[in-house]
Design a binder for this molecule. Structure first.
Ligand SMILES: [Zn+2]
Length: 56
């Protein structure tokens, strides 16, 4: 097992920061920011989330 496999980061598609925790391409910071201040972007993210997991 390599260190890369343990500490795999994902680059956020919104802020381009690397993050250990991301959901459908957005990091946790962006998700919180969208939820608080950018409802339009949040709806887009939720649509992507639903498409990814195929629910509702
Ligand atoms: Zn981000």
């Amino acid at each position: 097992m390599t260190e890369d496999a343990i500490a795999q980061t994902h680059t956020c598609t919104r802020c381009a920061q690397e993050s250990l925790l991301s959901v459908v391409g957005r990091c946790a910071t962006c998700i919180a920011d969208m939820g608080l201040r950018h409802p339009d972007e949040y709806q887009v993210w939720k649509a992507d989330l639903n498409a990814e997991f195929g629910r509702r």
